[in-house]
Write a protein that binds this ligand. Sequence first.
Ligand code: UDP
Length: 470
Amino acid sequence: METLSKEKFSPHVLIFPCPAQGHVNSMLKLAELLAIQNLHVTFLNTEYIHKRLIRFNDDIQAFSECYPMLEFKTISDFHNEEEHPGFGERIGDVIESLSLYGKPFLRDIIVSEKITCIILDGIFGDLATDLASEFGIQLIHFRTISACCFWAYICVPKLLECNELPIRGEEDMDRIIRNMPGMENLLRCRDLPSFCRENQKNPITLDYVVLRSQQSLKANALILNTFEDLDFSILSQIRLHFPKLYTLGPLHHLLNATKKTSSFKSNFFKVDRTWMSWLDSQPLKSVMYVSFGSTTPMKRQEVIEIWHGLLNSKTQFLWVIRPNMVQEKGLLKMLEEGTSKEKGLTVEWVPQDEVLAHKAIGAFLTHSGWNSTLESIVCGVPMICWPYFADQQVNSRFVSEVWKIGLDMKDVCDRNVVEKMVNDVMVDRKDEFLGSSMKMAELASKSVSPSGSSYNNFHDLIQFIKLTAL
Ligand code: UDP
């Protein structure tokens, strides 16, 4: 073991997120929270992502000045700019290169910065396991996915053992999964994480995500961005394997409850604010907010079906169509020109938490990314879920069948279904969904208030970081 552990150091936390929008968003919130508590934090971004943060966030300089205890450092992701895989569908290539070549760079940072604790995105698996034991420092894994999906990954070997997996083709999709403690008879095959589907094209495979989840067992502690009242039955199962589990969520809500000024927005895209006056002019809870996160690609026909469903529905809509979401530029023009201002607006990228908190928003048509789901829960906004990949298939099942705060439109993209679901959530069953969503929002607020579970867990985490640095 190296000399680092023999000396007495003040706590210094290294936080290293996977270079994707949702991961950076939630892990940066944690960095900000720790810095507010006067802990020294180094936030490690890949150069590619840090450039985007500087380019699309005017306030990064001001943000850094606010927090002398929080510094940014960058690391190469070993891809050159011209052929860079980006942070979307090919993110697996970046995770792989960082896993293969990143260790010596992490080692240098641990030594030069006298790091006492690493909070590593759990998707990197055992990237820092040896380093942590070599230097005698704490290793905490942060999984930015939902608890239900993380638990599903942990259960996969058992499902394979009792022949509940693999999924045997399209006709098998509605088969009920039984051997999943905490969610027995709840998930159908189609509700399992997308990596359980054989035909999925993502370079990240089921073996890969299962292994990475099991590698978190070697960490000293695990952080999940959820709260006890939301996920209690799953969390009690996870704790049987990971006794030192800190649930700190919703992290953005904990941060907002902690500080008076608004928190830093880590946008990977240029923020569009052209929607503001339009949204201000809309009646209370009359607008459907539509966004499929930072990576979901859409086929032409999918865009057309969703568009017609929205046009035919009884409500207005505000739809985020990212510059990299559809290949065909003419399609965007068609949408813009074919939508009257009275009916809706398309925009490129918005500060989503602000939009969801707006009084005119009545519901959210979402891809069920975990950050988006939590942001919607916090604002008491019911959801229609159209999941694309990873944890989204499980999250959408929980939204509709466990939390009952929305509808699941998974594996369907038909204008009539879109229209019906929008009308259900916004008009016909509005009170039912609003009622359950508002109750869940109250529980989320309770969890981040003084003595709430996430509030307490966060303060326990600080003690853990401080004590173990000595
Ligand atoms: N987001 C945003 N503006 C947009 C669309 C998305 O700020 O126009 C943010 C959203 O608030 C969330 C993140 O991007 O924090 C997306 O993360 P999520 O886990 O929902 O999905 P992912 O992009 O990882 O698929």
